[in-house]
Design a protein around this ligand. Structure first.
Ligand code: MN
Length: 257
């Protein structure tokens, strides 16, 4: 099994390093990750500048590739031919904080896995539900072990085309994680606030600030699973069509043409 690993926190992030330690037990691991942090960059395709790829050395002396492109660019580069061997599974992560509900549209971690699914490769995004601003050194071990088991499961090709898995792991020791729940996206509650300030030259600038999002821990959702101590696995699809609205909207009076 040939596993492509990427992330959105940059190639030097501890979550990526912990992930590859475990994935190497399951197969051959290639790393192509961004050279800097792209968190909350969404699904990017870089079209108007060249992409550069450099070889870099990880803390254990192993080699990885780093690109100045977005996480999704890294996946595209790898599967379009930069890696000579075909990729069997894409694993993106491990992000230090959860990606839940509407977060998936912002998340570089998740959109890297979306890119893998566009190219027909079984793909998963893995995030740890560590406390926001938890600081210090996080233990990614349990999440890395769970990600490896899920990667083995999906590499068999059971995921339909244009689908991917969004995996979120509670920040608990192995023996306190209660199991796995297959979930749907829950409702995130964003607490963003517009912050207006003035720069040293007297011009206004704006910052999207505020507190970290919360969510409704409803049973059956990703947010509910984490709150109850379970690993959340949400199957996502790239088709965002609202099928329930199609029939209703066809009956609307459309004052066009
Ligand atoms: Mn991130």
């Amino acid at each position: 099994m040939h596993i492509l690993v990427t992330n959105d926190d940059g190639v030097t992030a501890p979550g990526l390093f912990a992930l590859i330690q475990e994935l190497r037990r399951a197969g051959e691991v290639s790393i192509l990750a961004p050279d800097h942090n792209w968190s909350a960059s969404g699904h990017v395709k870089t079209l108007h500048r060249p992409l550069r790829v450099k070889e870099t050395v990880l803390p254990d002396g192993s080699r990885a590739l780093a690109s100045d492109g977005a996480p999704s660019d890294c996946v595209a580069l790898a599967v379009l031919g930069l890696l000579s061997e075909p990729v069997d599974v894409v694993v993106s992560g491990i992000n230090p904080n959860a990606n839940l509900g509407h977060d998936v549209t912002y998340s570089g971690t998740v959109t890297a896995a979306m890119e893998g699914s566009i190219w027909g490769i079984p793909s998963l995004a893995v995030s740890l539900d560590a406390p926001e601003n938890g600081g210090g050194v996080l233990d990614y071990g349990p999440a890395a072990r769970i990600a490896t088991r899920i990667a083995r499961t999906v590499a068999g090709g059971r995921l339909p085309q244009h689908t991917l898995l969004n995996v979120n792991v509670p920040y608990l020791p192995d023996d306190q994680i209660r199991g796995i729940q297959i979930t749907r996206q829950g409702l995130r509650i964003y607490r963003d606030q517009l912050v207006r300030r003035t720069d040293p030259r007297g011009k206004p600038y704006y910052w999207i600030g505020g507190d970290a999002p919360t969510g409704v821990p409803e049973e059956g959702t990703d947010i509910g699973a984490l709150a109850a101590g379970y690993v959340s696995i949400t199957p996502l699809q790239l088709d965002l069509t609202s099928y329930t609205l199609i029939e209703a909207m066809r009956a609307w009076e459309w004052d066009v043409i």
